[in-house]
Design a binder for this molecule. Sequence first.
Ligand code: BGC
Length: 663
Amino acid sequence: MVRSVRWQAPAGEVLDLEFKRIVSFARLHVIAQSVTIRADRDVKLVVESGINGQMTNTGSQHFSEGEKRLYDGAVMQYTQTTIQSKIDFFFNTRLRFFKNGTEQQEKGFITMDRRRIDMRYTLELAAGEALTIEKISTVHTSRDKDAEGVDFKEMQTRTLAQAEEAQAMGYQALADESAAAWNERVWDRVAVTVESEDEFDALALHFAQYHLYVMTPAHDNRMNVGAKGLSGEAYKGHTFWDTEMFILPYFNFTDPAIAKSLEEYRYLSLPGAHKKAASNNYKGAQFPWEAAWLDDGEVTPVWGAADIVTGLPTKIWSGFIEEHITADVVYGLWQYCTVAGDQEFMDKSGYELMMDTAIYWVSRMTEKEDGKLHILDVVGPDEYKEHVDDNAFTNYMAHWNIKKAIEYHDLLKVEKPELFAKLDAKLGLAEAYAQWTGALDRIFLPQPHEDGVIPQNATYLQLKDIDLTKYKNQDHVGSLFDDYNLEQVNQIQVSKQADILLLFLLMEDLFDHKTKQANWDYYEPRTLHDSSLSLSTHCILANDLHDTELAYQLFRRAAAIDAGPDMKSSSAGIHAGSVAGIWQCAVFGFGGVRMLGGKLRIRPALPKAWSRLDFSLYWHGQKLHVVQTPGSVTVENLTGTAPVEMELVGEQISLTDSVTRSL
Ligand code: BGC
């Protein structure tokens, strides 16, 4: 990031300051900053900088006072431990000074205060001279994988050495190294480029890809993506279904190793999922709605904002009953294994997760008088409807989960008896199988009414309809709550975000065009898109319904959430899932890319504003390069070591080299 400031001091001196900073993409622990200062006359400067341990997370100080040290009169080290979780943090930093490019040996004085350590330098700067101050820092924690088994003192020594190595390289070399890593790993490898009438579109896609990488802890499978990435404190860094439904697809298709790490996290967090199921008297694995450290289990806060009517805090029910997450997780994992062709991961973790969660779903269902199995008292994706029965999205996803478990049970029994025996010993497959097969055809799956509309839940269609115009044209998200509380919203046909419509993307071939259109016509006007996850889903679906221009408008709205002119929309942090949705709009929407029944499909349609869309995909280890123009699509298998089976614009092909089709 580069920032230029012209500052006029009270006595009239004019200073030009250019700040530059990077968090290295090549060295996990390194942060580098530089500021170049020029003055219009001779000035005296006092420079004070160091490590500020007084930083808070929305008011909370997490750290103990810690140890502060100065090495060689220049390198500052601050080691602190978090009060609750006892994680050690090791910070090292140093300032270096250059005048017109030549390093200066400046003598500084150390200042220490509560929770801070700084160096103070007094410098003379002549008119027109360029003074550059570099600050190169490192951050390590005792939780880092490379810190395992290393004691506190040794970490202090080791991190100091790493900091000194980076400090010796200097800002520019670190910035160049980081830029080269970006090019190698992202921009020269998998950049999505678009030629559009409006250059914002290309910018938005770059913005999305940039954030997807900076927010994803690709180096550590014990961590996942926070709902606000690393850019804000809202949602406390917790991981939601946003990962599997919105973020994971990007990595499935462009960086499978990262996708794998995100799903390993889910496998490693099974103890937490067992804990949650058991605490609710269910069997198997129930994934937490909000997840953090592996064995934490459920971490959704229980209380939220004040209720406009009662003035009391509103209870957040998602942590208790927003249960579709469990099927979403295995759907994501299955998508990863299928797109990447990662059979090893399926063997190691996938089958087990599929079955363990299917065990949970059966234990979660209730038989009613109609002889059907119902899922009662849930929150579906549309969080404006709490305590509903038979949320269509949840029921269909649970049904899919159990169906897959049965399919894999049958397959493993015949083809992988050893693995089958292992899973049987762990999960008790005889009993589980009897329950799955006994349940599958009895699971209540809401069907379309005569007009094609599928009830989002058992009561939605009977709720009162109100004029939503004011809220559809709202100037701030959630304006409905200026007038109603959640209890009242529960009684109105209004949705926060895509619910049943998302199902049409995940299970595209289960529903025909007419049903999709009927549900779009019914639900979209009642959806306020108050979750940032909603617009990208609608954009892709509008494409599927062949309304490319509407899809384009929705793409622009989705992209504007974080990349647009409203600076306040991201004040609590960017919306990680929504940012990934920008990529989905381009590749799944206008690119028409989908994994269907284990096969790749590409069915492109560009909006009028776009003259070219260019992206890369990985499929079973083969890298494909796709170029779309209004009249044609070219797909090239750049790896070319195995044929890729796909449906391209309605035609089944097997691709080892390159193919062009007109549109
Ligand atoms: C949405 C959820 C989402 C969460 C985190 C909520 O506002 O309704 O679907 O998972 O934000 O992004």
